[in-house]
Design a protein around this ligand. Structure first.
Ligand SMILES: NC(=O)c1ccc[n+]([C@@H]2O[C@H](COP(=O)([O-])OP(=O)(O)OC[C@H]3O[C@@H](n4cnc5c(N)ncnc54)[C@H](OP(=O)(O)O)[C@@H]3O)[C@@H](O)[C@H]2O)c1
Length: 393
């Protein structure tokens, strides 16, 4: 249903046809199944856009938060709305926002589960969501919302890994084409959503890229800009990567996918790379029952996690390597956020420099499909993003 409404608040611009009522897929308690029910339509705070969501994507993070209760995101109040990746139309623009107008087609990073954000109005799994304008970008006219929804968290995580000063601290993409440089970035896990974006961002910043992926993805990795691709399941993969970069400076390594940290430390030790950005833990957070309490499996998982981290950091210390865990949300409060979301992304999408990757797999057309998406995510995906296309109320 659509209703006309006027918001009487200085500085806010709104569409006259904000859909009403809103509905969201809520998680009511740690480990709970998602349930869809009405929630108020958000009003934009200063610096925010309100977006009518046309497509949402599922991230491993959503499944991990649901599987781990208060072991992760301890600050998250319940009920909450998970979901980070949205694409849709701007229906209201908050005070202080000058670079978007009502009707813009955008993709945006919904930050509801992050500290300092509202866990309901800013979560992505709903029809109408409030997002930071600074983590939103207009998408090209030819891009479908389903294609654009794959981007926000993966792009932000890749950018955090490559450009944050606490991570690889690489030079940012320059406007226009970046001058090529003879420095290599190794992206372990190029076919992941984060990896597909890391390859493109590193190339846009002028770096050469060597990556790993399943053989069936090698052509796709080259099309994104990687100069060499190796099968991460090959027992000789570490040696192959080291041979491929021999004679060049390795500016840094992005380790993506569970278990990627260990081979990346070996590559860094052999190539002289000094920094590794870790996006994933050494053990899978899916490998445990989705309920509270200290089961044997959970105890084992925590023990393995702590032991592998200690061993990893000890190896890094021996070789003078700095390996730090990345938070994709960190760029929202650093100079990397505007450099990527405002200065790089809209023009790079429009010109075709940055491709919308990986491809979306549409698994449903209503919010009821989100729980199904989380369950599918736990079983694993390959070079695709699970997306729900929302027709609206
Ligand atoms: N720290 C953060 O802020 C943050 C944010 C987002 C994601 N992450 C983490 O980053 C990782 C990737 O997330 P995503 O959403 O990009 O994943 P995704 O798109 O769901 O990843 C799927 C891909 O993983 C690849 N893969 C699986 N195991 C691999 C391995 N051992 N080595 C290399 N590639 C492997 C597969 O590649 P092939 O098809 O080639 O087999 C598959 O295509 C996850 O662990 C996620 O939890 C962290």
């Amino acid at each position: 249903m659509t209703t006309h409404r006027v918001i009487v608040q200085i500085g806010i611009r709104v569409s006259t046809d904000i859909p009403h009522p809103n509905a969201a897929a809520l998680i009511d308690a740690p480990y709970g199944e998602l349930t869809v029910r009405p929630v108020p339509a958000p009003v934009p705070a200063e610096g925010q856009l309100v977006v009518r969501v046309r497509a949402v994507a599922i991230n491993p993070l959503d499944a991990i938060v649901q599987s781990n209760g208060r072991l992760m995101y301890r600050w998250l109040p319940y009920p909450a709305v998970l979901g980070e990746d949205v694409a849709g139309e701007v229906v209201a623009v908050g005070a202080g926002v000058s670079d978007f107008v009502v009707g813009d087609r955008v993709c945006a990073y919904a930050m509801g589960i992050e500290k300092g954000h509202d866990a309901v109005s800013e979560g992505g799994f709903q029809h109408i969501v409030a997002v930071p304008a600074s983590m939103s970008a207009r998408i090209p006219h030819g891009a479908a919302f389903e294609e654009a929804a794959v981007l926000p968290l993966a792009l932000s995580t890749a950018a955090a890994a490559l450009f944050e000063t606490a991570q690889l601290a690489l030079d940012l993409p320059a406007p226009g084409s970046a001058a090529p440089r003879d420095e290599i970035v190794v992206v372990w896990g190029g076919a992941t959503s984060v990896g597909s974006n890391a390859i493109q961002l590193a190339r846009a910043a002028g770096y050469r890229v060597v990556t790993t992926a399943s053989p069936v993805r090698h052509d796709a990795m080259r099309a994104l800009g990687a100069e060499a691709v190796f099968d991460y399941r090959d027992p000789d993969v570490v040696r192959a990567v080291v041979d491929a970069v021999r004679g060049s400076t390795v500016a840094g390594i992005v380790a993506i996918a569970v278990g990627s940290a260990e081979p990346c430390v070996t590559i860094a030790a052999a190539t002289g790379a000094r920094r590794i950005a870790l996006t994933s833990p050494s053990v899978s957070f899916y490998d445990q029952p989705r309920r509270a309490g200290l089961s044997l499996r959970r105890l084992r998982l925590i023990t393995r996690l702590v032991a592998s981290n200690v061993a990893l950091q000890a190896r890094c210390a021996v070789h003078g390597i700095r390996a730090r865990f990345v938070w994709g949300s960190s760029i929202a409060s650093s100079a990397v956020g505007p450099a990527i979301w405002r200065d790089y992304l809209p023009a790079a999408l429009e010109s075709g420099l940055h491709r919308l990757a990986p491809r979306p797999r549409v698994i449903g057309t209503d919010l009821e499909a989100v729980q199904h998406g989380l369950d599918l995510m736990r079983r694993g995906v390959s070079a695709e993003k699970l997306v729900i296309a929302l027709a609206g109320e």
